[in-house]
Ligand binder design. Structure first.
Ligand code: KG4
Length: 337
């Protein structure tokens, strides 16, 4: 089988991985988190510049770790979207250049397919399956009846869940990325603040996080204006119960409706301890197999892009060199570019 090099640069991680016959030979990730922490969130222009600065070093390290040369690579895969437009461009230009110089196929990969297929490092996907993709930029419930067959059955109508975590953390004075401190502090807090459950009573698999974010921000501001102190761990716990509760409730409903065999979670927010334990408990109670990915493949990396690329290589899903990025690429259009 082929030797594939994959590049990921959709947000604030510059990553290159190399895979052969399903075996990961290297997986190098350079994160920009410390730089963006100063701003309380990802600064797109800075992200693009740092990708441009770092991609050469990450590429070199990945080749060295895999002990292969560029001449040996059979195809170059890259995240084409969704993500930050400038950040995506850096990865795509790098992959295009390599594909051109070495006259090898260019494989465009959908970032969220990557989050789903990261689970293949743990076990084979069992169809039909429900994928819960929860990250800083996306929140979707995706039904898969077979490999590369994606049907979006629900998605956020506004903000992504990770974005909501990050904004709530900011108003509570917690560092970026907000999911990590909120998850940690929730364990010390109690559910004492009464936040409104989004889309309550609506017959939908959709999600919504903009109202919940505003709910917390307004509550905190009102308390501050009245000179009251916000109990941060309690607010974290109250928020997390609602934010995660919504995803879990939708997942349970979808499992029953679509009679799926297994459920997988993916994306940065799938690192959340409460989401992981709730999904484990609820899916086990429903008699459905649940795949909880290890932490290393929850956040952005190129290993997950490489996994999808193997499937695309087999089907000869290759792109011409004049292809562009798509910051809003829909997962069910993964082969349209
Ligand atoms: O998938 P990811 O690395 O980047 C993309 O958005 O593509 O996800 C980053 C998001 C951030 O919003 C971050 O706050 C969230 O994942 N996150 C978490 C946790 N760890 C990271 N959210 C909740 N709980 C966590 N433990």
């Amino acid at each position: 089988m082929a030797l594939i090099l994959a590049i990921e640069s959709s947000c604030d991680e510059t990553a290159v991985a190399i895979i052969r016959d399903g075996k990961l030979l290297s997986n190098v990730v350079s994160t920009q988190i410390e730089v963006h922490q100063k701003y309380g969130g990802v600064m797109p222009e800075i992200a693009s510049r740092l990708h441009a600065e770092n991609i050469g070093v990450v590429l070199k390290e990945s080749l060295e770790k895999a002990n292969v040369t560029l001449e040996e690579i059979d195809a170059f895969a890259v995240t084409r979207g969704p993500g930050l437009i400038g950040a995506l461009h850096v990865g795509l230009q790098c992959a295009k250049t390599l594909a051109f110089i070495y006259n090898k196929p260019l494989i465009p990969v959908h970032h969220l397919c990557g989050h789903i297929y990261a689970n293949e490092y743990i076990e084979e996907l069992q169809f039909p399956l429900l994928a819960i993709v929860v990250s800083g930029g996306n929140s979707e419930l995706v039904l898969m009846k077979d490999h590369l067959d994606f049907e979006i059955i629900g998605k956020t109508r506004d903000d992504a869940i990770g974005e909501c975590y990050d904004k709530v953390a900011r108003v509570l004075g917690l560092p970026y990325p907000g999911g990590i401190p909120i998850d940690k502090l929730s364990k010390e807090g109690k559910h004492t603040y009464n936040l409104t459950i989004p889309l309550r009573g609506e017959e939908t698999f959709d999600l919504s996080y903009s109202g919940l974010k505003t709910n917390v921000i307004n509550m905190v501001h009102h308390m501050e204006q009245k000179g009251e102190t916000v109990n941060v761990p309690d607010m974290c716990k109250s928020f997390q119960d609602v934010a995660v509760g919504l995803v879990v409730e939708r997942a349970c409903k979808a499992v029953k409706e679509y009679n799926v065999k297994s459920v997988i979670i993916g994306g940065g927010v799938s690192a959340n301890s409460y989401l992981r334990s709730e999904m484990q408990d609820k899916m086990t109670a429903l008699g459905v197999h649940i795949n909880i990915p290890p932490m290393w493949c929850c956040t952005d990396n190129a290993a997950m892009i490489a996994k999808v690329a193997e499937h695309l290589y087999e089907r000869k899903v290759f792109a011409p060199l004049d292809i562009g990025v798509d910051p809003n690429w829909a997962i069910d259009k993964w082969n349209e570019f």
